[in-house]
Design a protein around this ligand. Structure first.
Ligand SMILES: [Zn+2]
Length: 720
C-alpha cells in the first residue's frame, strides 16, 4: 500500500484542507475503503463566531459523499464540548441502549451542536469520532481488516495480528452506543491505537494527521500481510467446480442473457446492469464454495445495503448446460430468492418496521459469466458490483485463516430497515423522468442527434451516442458526462465499467456494424429502452439539379434502410426484455412537400415516413414508433455544410460574404426560412430534441405510428 502523503502539498493547506487531503488519499485505494464508506475527522481549535473564544471543533465527514471525492463542504463541523454534553442528556433517557429510540433520538441532537452554521448533515458515525479522545480519527472499511472482523475467531486473530495495539469490539450497529463503547475502550486501553469493529471495519487514531494516515496504512498492511502469508490460492474457495469460459463465448452468452434478465428483474422497476468478470470474481463464481458462501451473504453494513442480504447464485454448468437451462434456473432462482427475502422480512420485522422493499436480487452470480449487478442508475450498479467484489475478497481472507461468518440476519435487518436508513431513502431526490432508461441515438455526433442525446441524458437516461465518426460520438458522450458527472463506484469489466454516456461508431447502413453497436450497449448497460434515429443523408444536386445514381441509392440506404436496420436489430433486445420500448425517427417535412431540386432526399424521407408507420405495426404492442419531421434546421446541422448554405443564400438572393463564418451564414439562412413559417420563429435542434423527448418518454405513451412536424408551421406540410 503506497504512502501517498506529500508534506509539500499538506503544508500548504489549512487544518480542514489537510483533513480533506488525508480523506482523499485514503479514499483512493479500494483496499482501504469502499465507495461512500468510512469517514475521517479532526478536532481543531477555532474561534467561535459568537463569543470570540477559542473552542474545540470536530470536523467529521458528514452524511453522503465519499472519501475519495470529498471536498470541504462534505464535512460537518460541530462543537466538541456540546457533543460530549449529549452524553449527560442520553444518560437521563430511559430506556436507553443499543437500538432503542433514545439512541436514535440523539441523531437529531447533533444539529444543536453545529458550529458556524455549517449546513452539512452529520453522519450516524459522528459519536465514533467525537467520543474517541484523540485529535485525528480514521474509520475505514479495509478488505483485509473486514476479513479479520468477519472471521469466526476474529477476536483471537485480531490479537494475533495486532497485540494490544488494536482492540476487538463485538459487532454493534453504528450510533451513539458504539461511540460510548469506543470511549470506554480508550479509557481501559490508553495505549491502544485502534479498534477492530466486529463484522464491520477498522477505526484508529493519532494526535497528528500525518501520523493518523500512516497508522491507517500500517494497520491495514499488517492485516493484509497476515492474510497473504496464509493465502490458500484456489483452494480457499475449495477449488474450481467449473472451468473458465473463453472470453468471446462469455460475451456471447452475456449478450443473449442480459436483456432477458433485465426484463425478468425489472417488471416493476427497470434497472441498469454492471457486469464484473475480473479474474478474482470469476474464480469465486466458478468455485465449489461459491454456493455456500453466497448464501451466507455480505457482512459490512455498507456492503449489504447495496448487495442486499445475499446475492443470487445460480448453479449452472457453463460447459454442459445450455443458455435455455440457464434461463430456467434463473427463473426458479429469482422466485426462490423473492420468497426467501419475504420470509426474511416476515421473520425479522418489528412492529414499527417500514414496509418491505423490493425483494429481487441486486447481485446475480453465474459460473463462467461472473457477476451481474443491478441498480436504478449506472452509478449505483457500479457501486453494487464494487461492494460484492470487496465482499469476495473479504471472504477470501476470512476463509484463508478461519471461517467466514456473516452478520446475523436480525442484525442485518435492523440496519436495512432502520428508521434512520428509511429516512435517508425518503430524503433522496425524486428520480428523474428517464432514470432507469437506456437510450441509443444514431447520428448523435452533430445537430439534432447531438441535441437529443443531451436532452435524454438531462432527463436521467443513460445514452449511447452513435455516429459515423468515432470522434464526434465520443465528443457528444464527453459533453454529457461533463454535465451529469462521472458518478461513483469503481467496477465493471470492459465497456461495462462506463459512465452514463458512451460514444460508438457505426455506419447505419451496415447491419453488422449496427448489431455490433447494440451488443456493446447490452454489455455496457444490460439492455435497451429507447432508440432515436436521426442519422440522415442529404446529397446536394449538381449544377444541372441532378443527383448521381450512386448518391441516390446511398440517400435511400441511410434515410430509409438505416432506421429499419436499427429497429430490426433492436427488436431482439426489446422482445427479450418484454419491457415497453420507444423509437423515434427523424424524417422531414419534405416528405410531404413536392418541390424542385432535392428529389432523392425528399422521396427518401417520404419512404421514411412509411417505414415509421410499418415499424409501428410490426413492433406493436411492445414498442411505439414515431417520427419527428423537422424543416430547415440549419443551426449546427451537418446536413448544411458551408457550400449548401451559400447555394441557398444565392438561390434566395440573400447578401453574404466570404468573410462571414459558416455559423453566421447559417443564422442568416435560418432567419430567412423562419419568415416563411406561420410562427415566424427560427427552428433549432433543441426544438426537435424536445419533440423527440416527448415521443420517447411515457408522456405520449399512447401515440404510435405518428409523425409530428416541428417546422415552425408550414401550411403546405400539414399532414392529413
Ligand atoms: Zn463504517
Amino acid at each position: 500500500m503506497q504512502n501517498l502523503w506529500d508534506d509539500a502539498v499538506a503544508d500548504r493547506l489549512d487544518p480542514v484542507g489537510r483533513l480533506v487531503y488525508r480523506s482523499n488519499l485514503l479514499g483512493q485505494d479500494w483496499r482501504i475503503t469502499n465507495t461512500g464508506g468510512g469517514n475521517t475527522s479532526a478536532k481543531l481549535m477555532e474561534r467561535d463566531p459568537m463569543t470570540g473564544h477559542t473552542v474545540e471543533v470536530l470536523w467529521v465527514k458528514g452524511s453522503g459523499g465519499d472519501l475519495r471525492t470529498a471536498k470541504r463542504e462534505h464535512f460537518a463541523s460541530l462543537y466538541q464540548d456540546r457533543l460530549i454534553a449529549l452524553q449527560a442528556i442520553y444518560a437521563g433517557l430511559t430506556p436507553r441502549g443499543p437500538k432503542t429510540p433514545a439512541e436514535d433520538a440523539m441523531v437529531d441532537m447533533y444539529r444543536h451542536c453545529t458550529f458556524n452554521l455549517n449546513p452539512r448533515a452529520s453522519s450516524i458515525d459522528t459519536p465514533l469520532h467525537s467520543f474517541v479522545p484523540h485529535k485525528h480519527v480514521d474509520h475505514t472499511h479495509p478488505v483485509a481488516c473486514i476479513a479479520l472482523a468477519t472471521a469466526e475467531n476474529g477476536p483471537a486473530l485480531t490479537r494475533e495480528v495486532y497485540g494490544d495495539d488494536v482492540i476487538w469490539v463485538d459487532w454493534q450497529r453504528p450510533g451513539f452506543e458504539l461511540g460510548l463503547t469506543l470511549q470506554d475502550v480508550c479509557r481501559r486501553h490508553p495505549n491502544a491505537r485502534g479498534v477492530m469493529l466486529g463484522g464491520h471495519g477498522l477505526i484508529n487514531w493519532a494526535e497528528d494527521d500525518r501520523a493518523c494516515y500512516r497508522l491507517s496504512l500500517e494497520l491495514i498492511e499488517k492485516a493484509a500481510a497476515f492474510l497473504a502469508a496464509r493465502d490458500k490460492g484456489q483452494a480457499v474457495f475449495e477449488g474450481a467446480k467449473y472451468p473458465s469460459m473463453p472470453a468471446a463465448v462469455r460475451e456471447d452468452t452475456l449478450v443473449g442473457l442480459l436483456p432477458w434478465l433485465r426484463g425478468r428483474l425489472g417488471q416493476e422497476q427497470r434497472m441498469i446492469a454492471t457486469v464484473e468478470a475480473s479474474p478474482s470474481v470469476l474464480e469465486f463464481v466458478n468455485s465449489a464454495a461459491a454456493s455456500r458462501l453466497a448464501e451466507l451473504g455480505t457482512s459490512c453494513p455498507d456492503h449489504f445495503l447495496r448487495t442486499k442480504i445475499k446475492p443470487l447464485y445460480i448453479d449452472w454448468n457453463p460447459h454442459a448446460e445450455s443458455p435455455g437451462d440457464l434461463h430456467k434456473k434463473l427463473d426458479a432462482g429469482i422466485a426462490a430468492y423473492q420468497a426467501d427475502y419475504a420470509a426474511y422480512y416476515q421473520a425479522c420485522k418489528r412492529s414499527d418496521s417500514p414496509a418491505m422493499r423490493g425483494g429481487s436480487p441486486t447481485v446475480v452470480l453465474i459460473p463462467g459469466l461472473g457477476m451481474i449487478a443491478w441498480g436504478k442508475t449506472k452509478s449505483e450498479s457500479r457501486v453494487t458490483a464494487e461492494f460484492y467484489t470487496c465482499a469476495i475478497e473479504v471472504m477470501r481472507g476470512a476463509e484463508a485463516v478461519d471461517t467466514y461468518t456473516a452478520l446475523p440476519r436480525q442484525e442485518a435487518f435492523d440496519i436495512e430497515y432502520w428508521a434512520l436508513e428509511e429516512a435517508k431513502l425518503q430524503r433522496m431526490p425524486r428520480e428523474q423522468e428517464l432514470s432507469r432508461r437506456i437510450a441509443i441515438v444514431f447520428g448523435a455526433g452533430s445537430g439534432i442527434g447531438k441535441e437529443s442525446a443531451g436532452r435524454l441524458a438531462a432527463e436521467g437516461a443513460v445514452v449511447v451516442a452513435v455516429d459515423l465518426q468515432q470522434e464526434a460520438a465520443d465528443q457528444t458522450a464527453r459533453e454529457i458526462l461533463a454535465r451529469v458527472g462521472a458518478g461513483i463506484g469503481v467496477a465493471g469489466t470492459g465497456i461495462s465499467g462506463c459512465g452514463d454516456a458512451i460514444g460508438l461508431a457505426a455506419d447505419v447502413t451496415d447491419r453488422d456494424a449496427v448489431a455490433a453497436v447494440l451488443r456493446q450497449v447490452v454489455l455496457a448497460y444490460g439492455g435497451l429502452d429507447i432508440v432515436v434515429f436521426t442519422a440522415g443523408l442529404y446529397v446536394a444536386p449538381d449544377a444541372q439539379g441532378r443527383v448521381a445514381d450512386g448518391a441516390w441509392m446511398k440517400t435511400f440506404a441511410v434515410n430509409t434502410m438505416g432506421p429499419n436496420i436499427a429497429a430490426e436489430e433492436a427488436a431482439g433486445i426489446w422482445r427479450a426484455q418484454g419491457l415497453a420500448g420507444s423509437m423515434v425517427v427523424t424524417t422531414s417535412v419534405n416528405a410531404v412537400v413536392a418541390k424542385r431540386g432535392s428529389i432523392a432526399y425528399d422521396t427518401s424521407k417520404a419512404a421514411a415516413d412509411h417505414v415509421i408507420r410499418e415499424l409501428a405495426i410490426e413492433l406493436a404492442p411492445l414498442v411505439r414508433v414515431n417520427g419527428v419531421a423537422p424543416a430547415t434546421v440549419v443551426a449546427g446541422s451537418a446536413m448544411f455544410p458551408r457550400d449548401r448554405v451559400i447555394a441557398s443564400l444565392i438561390k434566395y438572393g440573400i447578401a453574404w460574404s466570404d468573410a462571414e463564418t459558416t455559423e453566421a451564414l447559417r443564422d442568416k439562412l435560418a432567419a430567412f426560412y423562419s419568415q416563411r413559417t406561420l410562427t415566424r420563429k427560427a427552428i433549432t435542434p433543441a426544438d426537435q430534441a424536445e419533440a423527440i423527448f416527448l415521443l420517447a418518454s411515457d408522456r405520449l405513451a399512447k401515440t404510435t405510428g405518428q409523425i409530428v412536424n416541428v417546422d415552425g408551421g408550414l401550411a403546405e406540410a400539414f399532414r392529413r
